[in-house]
Design a protein. Structure first.
Ligand SMILES: [Zn+2]
Ligand SMILES: [Zn+2]
Length: 94
């Protein structure tokens, strides 16, 4: 096999990673897509059940203030995967 093309070496080998402002994850700007960043658009809250939004099913023995969840999706685990995705945002952006 004879190749006439010379591959450029040493270019684009050093990936400049950035830290996402939102999810605090290191990411490669070159592969930042609209689904790269998983996050919760709202806060993790601790409050009592309200009737409009039943995020959390309380057990019979739970006190009414036991509800802790993400206000956006109702995930009860603080470490739950984000329910929304978007591009990562670097601290340089904006
Ligand atoms: Zn991110
Ligand atoms: Zn969420």
């Amino acid at each position: 096999m004879e190749g006439g093309e010379v591959m450029e070496k040493g270019k684009a080998e050093t990936v400049e990673e950035k830290v996402c402002k939102r999810c605090k994850t290191l990411y490669d700007p070159a592969s930042n897509t609209s689904s790269s960043c998983r996050f919760h658009p709202s806060f993790f809250v601790s409050r009592r059940h309200d009737d409009q939004k039943r995020y959390y099913e309380l057990g019979p023995d739970d006190p009414p203030y036991a509800a802790k969840f993400y206000d956006c999706c109702g995930a009860e685990d603080l470490n739950a995967l984000g329910c929304a995705t978007n591009f990562h945002i670097s601290y340089d952006d904006e």
